[in-house]
Design a protein around this ligand. Structure first.
Ligand SMILES: Nc1ncnc2c1ncn2[C@@H]1O[C@H](COP(=O)(O)OP(=O)(O)OP(=O)(O)O)[C@@H](O)[C@H]1O
Length: 587
């Protein structure tokens, strides 16, 4: 018996129900924060139920009055009926407004949490998600969950209250009618339990396909130039159609499934309504009830079944919301980057200013990515202040990876990396990133003006400082020629400027930040040799105490460097003059 219980517990833990419970708990965590609003919705729901019951009873009196049963009640009943209707309309309008406000607040709160978690998540784990998928989770899944945060509890409580109150009213007038009206409940409950698993599978599939669509669209729009250049429009049109077709098939499959289930439920409901109607007609015929009571029954039987179906309909909504919550939780649960002592880094950086710069030292580094791809083994190198050290080597051997280790974007599996200034040392962690001004490969300009982009890392930079740095990176001339100068607006990913111009702006942005170590990852690859030399010489001169690490495939860069390391076959070796000559021939 004990074994059986243990087995049952294990199955429950591994099973869908346990998963859903975790997701529901997470949604509930938000609901608790909005308990005031939820309480208000419950009151509004109950108010609307009372109004529904009230208008039902009042209409009974109106009918009884006009059929000659009690004509004196006509005027007060009519006035009450109109007043209740108007009050209901007013309260509904007000509640729609409050709902809209709260829903916006909840979705923004969840979205802000997800956004901030994404920013602080471990880089490598996060890079397993497509940005289109992340966007979809941040928008569509958050909206679904936000609706449930506010909706679930009030819908449930109101549904129960409406159900019980209506049942009570019918019971008061006719217990048999109440039993008949309840007949569909067991069937519907049993059905919704069976259907839950299938709903969950469909929901997951639909959300995943949605994410895939978003990822595809995002990638296509980002690579429009490439698609056009190779005349891939037709191919992409076709791919888009295929994706749409698949999406449509999944949606229609789900739609078929929901139509079938709702048809089955409707048949059960219709049977119950017919039975109620038959019973009512029989009671009216035998003179036990009045026309008014008969109308009341029919109306309340309708109310009862709508209360019941709103409770049952909570199942697919809840399954959908729980699935979306699961997708958001997966992102939120990505391990965060290790939090380190930022104050220690600030103090180290401050000290480095007077101590003459920062030495970077990597010793016996072992590193492989999550997929097991081993990149470095017992790799060591160092760079001192006022040095420009080059990391060279065949493509794909680990130059960028080494920079990622320095930036704490990925963590070395073995060995150690540290920064040193005077008699102080600092282990390399994500917090130590403040020591580095990084210029990655590719285009990293944001939409906004040139000034906004350049002051991203140093919001206090004056125009004078900006122009001095622009001169250093040989970008002053072209920026001056732009009609709006520093206020020129750059489109998405720096649209409107050439690759070489954007590279120079990226370097200027890095130089404006006060980090003691510069990391340039093939940052001058799009420049002509003369400009590249001028730029590198200026950087070396103006960044006097700085430490500079560059990765490159260009001989022109090597001639400017104090030392050169070659990364190849997982090892790092320092090249002598002959080695450098050889590598320059290889380039
Ligand atoms: N996120 C990642 N996950 C798994 N493997 C990766 C990842 N990023 C890079 N790699 C692999 O790590 C190896 C080193 O890549 P890295 O980008 O460091 O090379 P590189 O020397 O900078 O190349 P290049 O000169 O072409 O820029 C390559 O084999 C690459 O496929």
């Amino acid at each position: 018996m004990r074994n059986y219980i243990r087995h049952l517990k294990k199955r429950l833990k591994e099973g869908m129900l346990f998963e859903i419970m975790g997701e529901v708990k997470w949604i509930y965590g938000y609901s608790v924060k909005y308990k005031g609003a939820i309480l208000l919705y419950i009151c509004l729901g109950i108010f609307s139920t009372v109004m529904g019951l009230g208008t039902g009873v009042v209409s009974k009196y109106i009918i009884d009055a006009v059929t000659g049963y009690d004509s004196s009640a006509l005027l007060p009943a009519a006035v009450g009926y109109v007043a209740m209707m108007l009050l209901n309309v007013g309260v509904n309008a007000w509640s729609s407004r409050v709902t809209a406000k709260n829903r916006i607040m909840v979705s923004q709160e969840i979205r802000a949490e997800v956004f901030s978690k994404v920013l602080s998540a471990d880089w490598e784990s996060l890079s397993e998600y497509h940005s289109g998928d992340l966007l979809n989770r941040l928008n569509s899944d958050v909206n679904t969950v936000a609706a449930s945060v506010l909706g679930w509890i009030p819908t449930f409580v109101t549904g129960i209250v409406q159900f019980l109150a209506t049942l009570g009213l019918i019971l008061y007038y006719d217990p048999v009618m109440a039993l008949l009206a309840l007949a569909s409940a067991p069937v519907t409950l049993a059905m919704s339990r069976i259907l839950m698993r299938k709903m969950r599978i469909y929901n997951k599939k639909m959300l995943q396909v949605n994410s895939e669509m978003m990822a595809f669209n995002e990638e296509a729009f980002q690579n429009l130039q490439y698609i056009k250049a190779f005349g891939l429009m037709k191919k992409y049109d076709g791919l888009f159609q295929d994706k749409q077709e698949y999406y449509r098939d999944v949606q229609l499959d789900y739609n078929k499934f929901t139509i079938m289930t709702s048809s089955m439920m409707s048949i059960v409901g219709m049977g119950v309504t017919a039975a109620c109607f038959g019973w009512g007609v029989y009671r009216l015929w035998t003179g036990v009830i009045t026309y008014g009571t008969m109308t009341l029954f029919l109306q309340q039987a309708g109310n009862l079944s709508s209360a019941f179906s709103s409770l049952v309909n909570m199942v697919p909504t809840a399954v959908g919301a729980a699935t979306s919550a699961g997708r958001i939780m997966a992102v939120i649960d990505i391990p965060a980057e290790e939090k380190a002592d930022i104050e220690a880094v600030d103090s180290f950086k401050e000290y480095a200013r007077s101590a003459g710069g920062v030495t970077i030292q990597a010793r016996n580094i072992d590193f492989w990515y999550h997929n097991g791809n081993k990149v470095l083994e017992r790799a060591s190198f160092y760079v001192k202040p006022r040095e420009a050290v080059a990391l060279v080597g065949p493509s794909g051997e680990g130059k960028t990876t080494m920079l990622r280790i320095l930036l704490g974007l990925v963590e070395a599996k073995g060995g150690s990396v540290w920064a040193q200034t005077g008699d102080r040392t600092l282990a390399i962690t994500p917090a130590a990133r403040k020591l580095f001004a990084y210029v990655p490969q590719g285009n990293t300009m944001m939409s906004g003006t040139i000034r906004e982009n350049l002051s991203l890392l140093n919001s206090d930079a004056t125009d004078q400082e900006i122009w001095t740095v622009l001169e250093d990176v040989c970008a002053d001339e072209f920026v001056k020629k732009l009609p709006e100068g520093l206020d020129t607006y750059l489109q998405e990913r720096g649209g409107g400027l050439s690759e070489g111009q954007l590279q120079r702006l990226s370097i200027a942005r890095a130089m404006l930040c006060d980090a003691p170590v510069m990391l340039l990852d093939e940052a001058t690859s799009a420049l002509d040799v003369a400009t590249e030399r001028r730029l590198l010489r200026n950087i070396m001169e103006s960044a006097r105490n700085k430490t500079c690490i560059v990765t490159t495939h260009r001989p022109s860069v090597l001639t400017m460097c104090t030392r050169v390391y070659r990364i190849s076959e997982q090892e790092i070796t320092q090249l002598d003059e002959e080695g450098i000559r050889q590598i320059m021939l290889e380039f």
